[in-house]
Design a protein around this ligand. Structure first.
Ligand code: HEM
Ligand code: HEM
Length: 177
């Protein structure tokens, strides 16, 4: 008998809207980083708001949106890394243990970028060079993290033989045989 592939609803609507809005906001914040004044600030605040909403959703959202579903302890993360190198990693329906911490790192770095951007506009820190440098550093750090994240997505798509980017659009993943 030919096996019929099973599809699972993994990403809820808010996770998907949140993801692509965040990608757009970070891209826009980057494009307006120099010389766009207030426009950059408002775009940065929108990224900050998306991250804050995502954190709330991490405690209250659908099963695979919850932090408890994908932030695992060091033992599980190292075991996953070891298994990955040995080509025998387990299959996760939601985010895998390495991808999960990458997501936490992205959310944290974006929040810290937005926060330092806001601090720089306050009377206390206005014109304080190290605060501007810290903000620019954090904003720039998002790029290599996002590159690693996309690299991980492409690699895992290849390993699982399914398009995880499309899954972040329509919300469904094929269950592994
Ligand atoms: C979270 C997303 C954000 C990203 C990725 C980001 C990124 C950056 C980067 C890379 C720079 C450095 C520009 C340079 O020196 O070449 C910069 C500058 C700046 N950012 Fe942001 N930023 C974000 C959010 C914010 C927020 C929320 C605010 C304030 C409300 C803000 C205010 C500023 C200010 C005042 C500058 C100084 C220089 C200027 O206006 O030309 N940023 N940002
Ligand atoms: C600034 C750029 C990016 C940021 C900040 C970012 C952030 C995130 C976050 C926070 C999540 C977790 C989703 C959730 O549970 O709410 C995620 C997952 C995901 N992202 Fe991104 N992302 C970025 C760029 C991209 C790009 C360009 C792609 C596609 C080419 C992509 C594809 C995905 C996929 C497929 C997942 C789900 C991974 C899985 O199946 O476990 N991301 N991303």
């Amino acid at each position: 008998m030919i096996p019929v592939p099973q599809f699972l609803r993994v990403w809820d609507l808010w996770v998907r809207i949140g993801h692509w809005s965040l990608v757009s906001a970070i891209t826009a914040a980057w494009l307006t980083r120099d010389g766009y004044g207030r426009v950059h600030d408002y775009i940065g605040y929108s990224a900050l708001i998306i991250v804050l909403l995502r954190i709330v959703w991490g405690f209250t959202g659908s099963p695979h949106a919850r932090f408890s579903d994908f932030l695992r302890g060091p033992r599980v993360v190292f075991a996953y890394g070891r298994d990955l190198l040995a080509n025998r990693e387990a299959n996760y329906t939601g985010h895998n243990p390495l991808g999960g911490w990458m997501i936490a790192a992205l959310l944290f770095t974006i929040a810290a970028t937005g926060f330092t951007g806001w601090l720089y506009t306050t009377d206390y820190f206005w014109g304080v060079e190290w605060m501007e440098d810290l903000h620019a550093f954090l904003g720039t750090l998002i790029l290599p993290l996002a590159a690693l994240h996309v690299g991980g997505v492409i690699f895992t798509s290849w390993r699982q033989k399914q398009n995880l980017v499309a899954a972040m659009v329509h919300g469904w993943k094929r269950q592994r045989d």
